[in-house]
Design a protein around this ligand. Structure first.
Ligand SMILES: Nc1ncnc2c1ncn2[C@@H]1O[C@H](COP(=O)(O)OP(=O)(O)OP(=O)(O)O)[C@@H](O)[C@H]1O
Ligand SMILES: [Mg+2]
Length: 327
């Protein structure tokens, strides 16, 4: 079955400032604020939630389809996705726009100043599942994107009875209580961290129990405390995987989702899906960047069994196409 990931595909510019922002901001001159920070290093990375999730799924043998809008600067990124074996025919180029771009500078105190330009991402609302002939998708993931597009994909999935996973992450800041009341109920899965769950509850007035009654499963990630999957009245705790080293704190959540859904597509049980997600996060945290971790399925299985113990069902990852056609 087709697993469609809607969401951002973006360039990330990550800069380091070898000082402290606070030393350069004069509180009594805020009316004429003008600051420029000379960065000592800069990396340009391929990011965006949809691409990050798809990348990790692909490492585990799944074949997700990214549905996204990008700009006329996307050529090298598209080639790279294709080199990873990902399909890019539903990544639509908007001619006179730039790809969404995230600029962030981090200072010595880990304080950050960031800008995000949505660019071509703002056109996602015009590319419905129906307009792209994707109405036979078996599952649609709704990840951070143009907020209007996120709401319209949720509405479209409900109207067409397509199961969907709602993953609002950082775009929760842009969704109000009414938006959430329209999009969360009826989701097959809701994925968020603890802070995001609290935001959903604050904006809607729902309790955690209310939310559990509206979705088939809630996947709640808890950073180094691991995660919990709530489904069918069960609460399944998933430990974090021990890290060999921490290189870069970003990308844990997206890698978790990639592992989780690759395992789900291969027909594995909830606890195994959670642990596969946790180990993918560990791989991502051990590398700089969100799409720089690498492993073969066999390497993954052997590390998994070293961390969590023997798991014969992981053999399903070696032949995911068979599981897809049964699903
Ligand atoms: N320090 C850590 N050690 C081991 N595993 C971790 C650590 N931090 C995160 N993880 C793993 O990654 C998963 C997702 O992390 P987290 O809950 O921080 O997601 P997030 O808040 O969405 O992160 P982000 O959006 O920054 O990627 C956790 O459930 C856990 O398995
Ligand atoms: Mg996150």
């Amino acid at each position: 079955m087709e697993f469609v990931i809607t969401g951002s595909v973006a360039y990330d510019y990550l800069m380091r400032f070898p000082g402290r922002f606070r030393d350069h901001i004069l509180p009594d001159q805020l009316d004429s604020l003008s600051v420029s920070f000379l960065a000592e290093s800069m990396r340009r990375e391929r990011g965006g939630v949809a691409a990050n999730v798809a990348y990790t799924m692909k490492l585990l043998g799944a074949d997700p389809l990214i549905l996204a809008t990008v700009g006329n600067d996307f050529g090298d990124y598209r080639r790279w996705l294709e080199e990873q074996g990902l399909r890019t025919d539903q990544i639509v180029e908007i001619p006179d726009e730039l790809t969404a771009t995230f600029f962030v500078s981090t200072d010595l105190d880990q304080n950050q100043i960031a800008n995000f330009y949505s660019g071509a991402m703002g056109y996602a609302r015009h590319y419905s599942l129906e307009s792209r002939n994707l109405t036979s998708a078996g599952m649609v993931m709704i990840s951070p994107n143009d907020p209007t597009a996120m709401l319209s994909y949720a509405a479209e999935c409900k109207r067409l009875s397509i199961p969907f996973a709602f993953d609002p992450s950082q775009q929760l800041a842009r969704l109000d209580g009414d938006d959430l009341r329209q999009s969360v109920p009826g989701a097959a899965l809701l994925l968020c961290n603890e802070y995001e769950l609290a935001m959903i509850q604050n904006k809607t007035g729902w309790s955690r129990e209310d939310i559990l009654g509206m979705v088939d499963a809630l996947v709640l990630t808890l950073g180094k405390q691991g995660s919990v999957i709530y489904t069918d009245g069960d609460e399944i705790p998933i430990p974090a995987a021990a890290l060999e080293r921490v290189d870069d704190p970003t990308g844990a959540g997206d890698a978790y989702r990639g592992g989780f859904f690759a395992a789900r597509m291969a027909g594995l049980s909830w606890p195994v899906c959670g642990r596969v997600g946790a180990l993918c996060s560990a791989y991502a945290l051990e590398q700089t960047g969100t799409t720089t971790h690498r492993f073969t399925v066999d390497e993954f299985i052997s590390r998994y069994e070293g961390v969590f113990g023997a798991e014969p069902s992981l053999a399903g990852l070696r032949k995911p196409e068979a599981a897809h056609s049964e699903a």
